[in-house]
Design a protein around this ligand. Sequence first.
Ligand code: NAP
Length: 313
Amino acid sequence: MSLKLGLVGIGKIARDQHIPAIAADPRFELVATASRNASVDGIAAFTSVEAMLAAMPELDAISICTPPQAHFTAALAALRAGKHVMLEKPPAATTREITLLQAEAARHGRTLFQTWHSRFAAGVAPARDWARDWARGRTLTGGRILWKEDVHQWHPGQQWIFDAGGLGVFDPGINALSMLTAVLADEAVVHKAVLAFPENQQAPIAAQLDLRTEAGLRVEAEFDFRQKGEQTWDIELHSTAGELRLSRGGSRLELDGRVVVDAEAMAGEYSGLYARFAELCAAGQSEVDWRPFQLVADAFLIGERRTVAAHQV
Ligand code: NAP
């Protein structure tokens, strides 16, 4: 029997990825949406999560695709109504919200799946195997993240990105951190950070992080929303036994200059997420790994703040 699903926040990612992935997965049936201004043809539509939960007690699960500022209230209401919850990235607006949701899911015996879609990109699993291939005596010697995109091209009109809790350039940049934390065997911490805030906005438009692992590995990361021309979503790792380049957001992988994975951008990521959500619901388990969000929060805590020219969305 399929899980009856309510989708919250019908915007770009809901339409581009969630709705097609749900439609292709027989373990789910989309039966309702909750969105203030949007709906999906033929599906019961509500303008709030509360109204959807009240009108449709038969719902089994809720998938939340709103910006992070709206996650906590929606997820809390759904968990308290006894529903399983899947959360888009970034998981929340503050760190405390995540731990409270985790506790609430456990209290109600429901699944909380706090997702990182980029971890399902085609190149990530083989990159992880490469980075952990100790049989070859491989020791990582350094790494670099370059995450540079044109915010006007990819996020037109999305003011929420630059509002408090929107994370600014870390909204896409956290994808790189989600992959890095999945690939590396050692834990990374933020050693230094520089964040550039537009004078009229509450979130950074660019950032540089100096990450260090317990083992002393240094990974330098540059995130920039002002990129024109070529767009870059790359992670490089250097080692005593070869080089890794995970590019195009994780869909392409080169090892020692040889292409070993070359998939369409985002191919399979959302089918992978919904497959995992179905497994977790069936097993009565939650999956929460907010280390990427901790790294971003720590960059806000210790980062040097610079003010740059005003930015209009
Ligand atoms: P979006 O196009 O702005 O859509 C989000 C929708 O959420 C809005 O259309 C809005 O619909 C609803 N919403 C509820 N509360 C809101 C609030 N406080 N502020 C703004 N909108 C609110 O954004 P998106 O690109 O789909 O991104 C949503 C989330 O998915 C983000 O966390 C993002 O990081 C993640 N994501 C996006 C992409 C992508 O390619 N765009 C990829 C992966 C993940 P109503 O007005 O109808 O309520």
